[in-house]
Design a protein around this ligand. Structure first.
Ligand code: C2G
Length: 131
């Protein structure tokens, strides 16, 4: 069984997230999504609209997603890869070649998938606030 792992906040879920998750699942048989806790989001300088619990609930409802785990810090990735026997870590291309992920190549494959243009949680929030 080929296991895929991806990280993210996944706030205000949109088709960019869904397309990333579908393509990530297509690379293996089992997709694990580590979503940022509210506390870790603060560390990332992000405040999500939905709580961790609600974001987890929504991610678990997506057919491509097999398991949702918390992302508590930047440092947990190596143990995540080992603990869950992950073969591939997948991220959107905004993370391409980032030292937040490149070091994982010692433990698993790292694949960056093109971001979906024209959609982002930030843009959605902005357009709703304008109305
Ligand atoms: N994404 C995408 N296309 C978009 C928006 C997002 O492919 N239009 C991808 C991102 O590249 C990322 C995933 O969807 O791989 C989740 O996006 P975010 O929730 O914005 O995740 P981020 O804040 O980048 O958190 O440790 C890593 C961080 O937790 C990643």
């Amino acid at each position: 069984m080929k296991k895929v792992l991806t990280y993210g906040t996944f706030d205000i879920l949109h088709y960019g997230h869904i397309r990333l998750l579908k393509r990530a699942k297509d690379l293996g048989d089992f997709l694990i999504v580590a979503i940022s806790t509210d506390q870790f989001n603060e560390l990332k300088g992000k405040k999500s609209y939905y709580s961790y619990e609600n974001r987890k609930e929504m991610l678990e409802a997506i057919k491509y997603v097999d398991l949702v785990i918390p992302e508590n810090n930047w440092e947990q990735k190596i143990s995540d890869v080992k603990d869950y026997n992950v073969d591939i870590v997948v991220m959107g291309s905004d993370w391409a070649d980032s030292d937040r992920f490149e070091y994982l190549r010692e433990y698993c494959d790292v694949v960056y998938l093109d971001r979906t243009e024209g959609i982002s949680t930030t843009e959605i929030k902005k357009s709703i606030n304008k109305r």
